[in-house]
Design a protein around this ligand. Structure first.
Ligand SMILES: [Zn+2]
Length: 281
């Protein structure tokens, strides 16, 4: 490829035409492969002596970007496939490297973030995911409004500092309008939400509440069993978890007797259960 005769080069810093300075060596830009053939655009980049910027700057070209060797259209193409296939599969299918697929995705994501309109966000959800087989976590924040659910932000780790990064990125104007926040019971998240979103309604995951309840119940049983053993009494609380959690009509005869031994005074576990359930609904 050659520049059109007499056309001025564009300064890549201020995006305005500028007088030429010199030429650099020929560069190869990778285009979308056609029928298994690699396609390259060859072009000799010019440099401009831009008075506006007061510097000698490399020219801007419409098909490429910065120091990347892939053309924009090829990056879009790869990033599109990388949504359907894994990055590794994408690289194999088009005989390119994982790094180039990564570059392409990064380019598209950067473009998307620069051109993203946030608008009003009513509800967000925060969650963590584990990766790399170890105890490595990412914090993910989603917009979960009716009609628009999207990933808003990803942060390293699941600490107070990492989650605070979300609020810094979004800015006060967006944050102050958030009405609902959903999360699990991970302590750092709870803390940051209390601090940054005290006006919003904080909704906790039912699954986590029940899990915490069960854990608390087990801890109390274990502690009481140890205490009773220390005091030389029969450990009636051992293996009693299901006894305490089961609906009374599902208990067998023997279980009924055991439960009666267990509880301080006659009462209906059924009633209790319903009361508890009410709070989760
Ligand atoms: Zn310039």
């Amino acid at each position: 490829m050659r520049p059109r005769k007499g056309s001025a080069a564009i300064c890549s810093r201020c995006h305005q035409p500028a007088p030429g300075y010199d030429q650099l060596g020929e560069r190869r830009f990778e285009f979308i492969p056609l029928w298994g053939f690699f396609v390259f655009l060859l072009y000799t980049m010019r440099r401009v002596d831009c008075r506006r910027c007061g510097a000698v700057v490399v020219e801007e070209v419409p098909w490429g970007n910065g120091k990347r060797t892939l053309t924009k259209v090829y990056m879009l193409f790869l990033a599109g496939w990388a949504r359907r296939l894994s990055w590794k599969e994408t690289a194999e299918a088009f005989r390119t490297s994982w790094e180039k697929v990564f570059d392409a995705v990064e380019h598209v994501v950067t473009w998307g973030l620069e051109h993203r309109t946030l608008g009003q966000i009513d509800a967000i959800g925060v969650d963590e995911i584990q990766y790399a087989k170890g105890h490595k976590y990412l914090t993910l924040v989603y917009q979960i409004d009716i009609g628009i659910t999207r990933l808003l932000w990803v942060g390293k780790e699941r600490t107070i500092e990492s989650f605070q990064g979300f609020f810094t990125t979004m800015g006060e104007a967006v944050i102050s309008k958030i009405e609902f926040i959903c999360s699990d019971m991970w302590e750092p998240y709870l803390k940051v939400i209390r601090e940054k979103c005290s006006e919003g309604l904080h909704i906790l995951d039912r699954f986590h509440i029940v899990a915490k309840m069960n854990k608390a119940l087990d801890e109390v049983r274990a502690e009481e069993t140890r205490r009773m053993q220390r005091e030389g009494r029969a450990p009636v609380l051992k293996k009693s978890r299901w006894l305490l959690l089961k609906r009374s009509e599902n208990l067998g005869d023997e279980q009924h007797f055991r439960l009666r031994d267990l509880l301080p005074e006659p009462r209906s576990p059924e009633l209790n259960r319903d009361k508890q359930n009410e709070r989760y609904r």
